[in-house]
Write a protein that binds this ligand. Structure first.
Ligand SMILES: Nc1ncnc2c1ncn2[C@@H]1O[C@H](COP(=O)(O)OP(=O)(O)OP(=O)(O)O)[C@@H](O)[C@H]1O
Ligand SMILES: [Mg+2]
Length: 504
């Protein structure tokens, strides 16, 4: 596939600025770049979803008109989109068949055949899912796998994967690696977008870097170092990724958030800890070990079966997010799926940021726009979000900027505790670095952070203390220099009595 002089602007924003490069047939090609670099826009152009203002796409040497997704499908191009295009209210099966579900008089018979073929397909891909389950009821990672499975179901010659691993972790990433390898072996050309160098090295043959909508380089993966890649992505070199952790001997303030013998209906099975003022407390655990329920429970979104939550040493009742927002509690939550849970995509960045506390800016039923703008402006400056965020709808921003808006929202609300659940998912290296600095600044100013990440190095370098969950319980507690990848992984896999280790 050759991309030649592709330009695409959204109003004043030039998302793609005459991008040209070619993608070798049958290889795996990484597409890299910061949040907002233009990767998804290019994928949408290649998928026939967006028409470029200028430029052409050629297949096997001749220019093609990819007017609509259907024309792209007919040419063997299939895409797993970053925003995931599954319909929440439909079943897995219906989604798998979209938009080509059998209809008409023979529809029922063909539907039965289709069901069997989808069943075989999903089984061959090595994951189990109930075909009659409503997609909206499934975990994000499962939805992502279905989005990928659907693209492959149609036997693509060119498979476009837009950040599939930002919703996958651990074993699921390995799962995808095997699928990519199998697609490659079958002669499919794969374009793979990710923010993780590790995956580029493991899965890809060539890479292309975009910056500010421009093509920077296309090169074999083996011929370029990680440092060079990062420099080309962000346009400058990055000395260290993580801010230094303060001396471990530092004293934290009193407990701000306490969890006592917490049990939830689903996964948490007797968890107790204190989060102290000024502390970043990491919660480690492989997927499904209870971390999600724990975070949700602290924000009033998961039912507490037993146990208690304490704020400032007093037992509190957090039955809903509105309770978490009360000034005496003041807990903010940045969820995993910011697109569906964290932000209203049709509202402006400013409206999103002031929603939780909009009553604070209203007088006699009218919003005091000046006070609102000032508070939001301060928070936006702290997180260094794109300047247009004030007025532009959140949906028009790239992933990284959306995440910054989601965090700014809780700064506006003056949260004393931030629950950050995998906050750097889908965020580029430069922005990650800014978020790390922001987390440190937030606790240095007296805030407290409960932090889960699927990236173990983030937990190692950012947490003052780490609790490792296994099967809904705390399997290990690590502090300061005792925090390391192996020290986290062993108990996370259910091995070893690491609690003694931490005590020693
Ligand atoms: N529908 C749209 N309306 C307005 N601007 C848009 C729209 N889609 C994308 N943009 C803008 O185009 C630029 C490129 O966005 P794009 O989504 O392609 O980035 P990306 O490289 O995929 O980023 P990320 O890593 O965050 O997914 C950004 O500045 C974005 O705000
Ligand atoms: Mg994108």
């Amino acid at each position: 596939m050759a991309i030649d002089g592709i330009r695409k602007a959204f109003g004043p924003t030039v998302a793609l600025d005459r991008v040209s490069f070619s993608i070798a047939q049958g290889g795996v090609h990484a597409l890299l770049g910061e949040n907002g670099a233009g990767k998804s826009t290019l994928v949408k152009v290649m998928s026939g979803l967006i028409r470029p203002d200028e430029g052409t796409i050629s297949l096997a040497g001749s220019a093609v008109a990819l007017g609509t997704p259907r024309t792209a499908h007919a040419m063997g191009i299939q895409t797993a989109f970053q925003e995931m295009t599954l319909v929440s209210d439909l079943t897995v099966l219906d989604n798998m068949l979209l938009p080509y579900a059998p209809m008409g008089p023979t529809g029922l018979i063909r539907r039965r055949e289709a069901r069997r073929s989808v069943e075989r397909h999903i089984a061959a891909l090595g994951f189990g899912v109930d075909l009659d389950a409503r997609v909206g009821s499934l975990e994000l990672s499962v939805r992502q796998k279905i989005e990928i499975a659907r693209a492959i179901y149609r036997k693509p010659r060119i498979l476009l994967l837009d950040e599939p691993t930002s919703t996958l972790a651990g074993r699921d990433v390995d799962w995808l690696g095997e699928i990519i390898a199998a697609q490659k072996a079958a002669g499919t050309t794969v374009v793979f977008i990710t923010h993780r160098m590790r995956e580029v090295r493991a899965f890809c043959d060539t890479l292309t870097i975009l910056r500010n909508g421009r093509h920077i380089v296309t090169a074999p993966v083996s011929g370029i170092s990680d440092a060079e890649v990062i420099e080309k992505i962000i346009g400058r070199s990055l000395e260290q990724t993580f801010p230094a952790r303060p001396e471990t001997a530092q004293s934290f303030g009193p407990p701000v958030l306490g969890v006592r013998e917490l049990r939830t209906g689903r996964k948490v099975n007797g968890v107790s800890f204190d989060l102290r003022k000024g502390e970043i407390l990491g919660i480690a655990g492989l997927q499904g070990m209870g971390q999600q329920d724990l975070f949700l429970a602290c924000f009033g979104m998961s039912e507490i079966a037993q146990g208690a939550i304490m704020v400032d040493g007093r037992k509190v009742w957090i039955g809903s997010p509105a309770d978490a927002l009360r000034p005496n509690i003041a807990i903010g939550f940045v969820p995993e799926d910011r697109k569906s849970e964290g932000l209203f995509l049709k509202l402006s960045g400013k409206q999103n940021a002031s929603i939780p506390v909009v009553s604070r800016f209203s007088r006699l039923g009218l919003i005091d726009a000046a006070a609102e703008s000032e508070a939001v402006g301060d928070a936006f400056a702290t997180v260094e979000v794109d300047g247009r965020a004030m007025w532009t709808r959140a949906g028009a921003f790239s992933g990284g900027n959306q995440q910054k808006i989601a965090i700014a929202k809780w700064l506006v609300a003056q949260s004393r505790v931030l629950l950050l659940f995998d906050p750097t998912r889908g965020i580029d290296v430069g922005t990650k670095h800014e978020l790390y600095m922001m987390m440190r600044a937030y606790v240095a100013a007296g805030g407290s952070i409960l932090f889960h990440s699927t990236e173990i190095p983030e937990l190692v370098h950012l947490s003052d203390r780490v609790l490792v969950l296994y099967d809904g319980r705390i399997a290990a507690e690590l502090e300061g220099d005792a925090i390391s990848e192996p020290a986290i992984m062993r108990p996370a896999l259910g091995q070893g009595a690491a609690r003694e280790e931490a005590a020693a």
